[in-house]
Design a binder for this molecule. Structure first.
Ligand SMILES: C[S@@+](CC[C@H](N)C(=O)[O-])C[C@H]1O[C@@H](n2cnc3c(N)ncnc32)[C@H](O)[C@@H]1O
Length: 227
């Protein structure tokens, strides 16, 4: 949805983020996240990049996975910490105020799953390239990358429609927050370039929102694209 750009406004008022995002996405984001976490199995080690108020983190932890949620915004982390305490999930969840630039501190091959919702589109080009390289490094062989995010449509007509809808929203968002999001171009190709194998890609009608699953190849296996 082109309106995801408005989540930047919600981020500046974290207390209203959850309700705002539900309205903005008409509840559809929750279903996308349910579908992503369906790939997570009990006991797995999971990293949530840009965990925000914990939408993906909490869903993964409720499947009895051990989740590390990282985010640069301490106010977002405060909100998710409250939820963790209320839901008694503290034994499954660790939260850390940390940006993607610090992913180098995570251990080699230490996660079964790396996931991220609506955060890759908040990264700079350099951060995204670095993040994908680090994801490949920290995922165990056979581990999965799960992504839901805003992307730039490949089809020229859809790209134009998307731009026309998005442009006024970019202006409004920038005036309020002095920031914007960067819908990601060529995400599946970039993930492949980082050395992962795309397992599935689902796009919405306007092709500006992606749900993607990619696998770190088993050691000795060749990267063969399946999509
Ligand atoms: C739109 S919110 C999404 C939050 C959550 N994943 C969700 O789906 O509800 C994006 C989050 O990414 C975080 N973020 C932005 N840049 C980041 C970075 N460089 N490293 C880590 N987190 C970042 C923001 O603070 C924000 O909480």
């Amino acid at each position: 949805m082109s309106t995801y750009i408005l989540m930047k406004i919600l981020e500046s008022a974290p207390g209203r983020y959850d309700r705002g995002i539900r309205i903005l996405t008409l509840g559809r984001l929750g279903k996308t996240y349910d579908s992503l976490v369906s790939h997570i199995k009990e006991g797995q080690r999971v990293l949530d990049i840009g965990c925000g108020t914990g939408a993906l983190t909490l869903k993964a932890a409720s499947k009895n996975a051990t989740v590390m949620g990282i985010d640069v915004n301490p106010q977002m982390l405060e909100i998710v910490q409250k939820k963790v305490n209320e839901l008694n999930l503290a034994q499954n969840i660790k939260l850390c105020e940390m940006g993607v630039a610090e992913l180098g501190s995570e251990e080699f091959k230490s996660y079964d799953i790396v996931m991220s919702g609506l955060t890759f589109s908040e990264l700079t080009e350099d951060e995204l390239s670095y993040t994908l390289k680090e994801v490949k490094r920290i995922l165990k062989p056979g581990g999965l990358l799960l992504i839901a995010d805003e992307v730039i449509p490949e089809d020229i007509l859809k790209r134009t429609i998307n731009w026309l809808i998005r442009f006024p929203l970019v202006i409004i968002t920038y005036l309020i927050t002095q920031t914007t999001t960067n819908a990601v171009r060529d995400l599946p190709e970039r993930i492949e370039e980082a050395g992962l194998i795309i397992e599935s890609v689902r796009l919405n009608k306007l092709e500006n929102f992606i749900e993607l699953v990619a696998r770190n190849p088993e050691e000795g296996a060749k990267s063969i694209t399946t999509h």
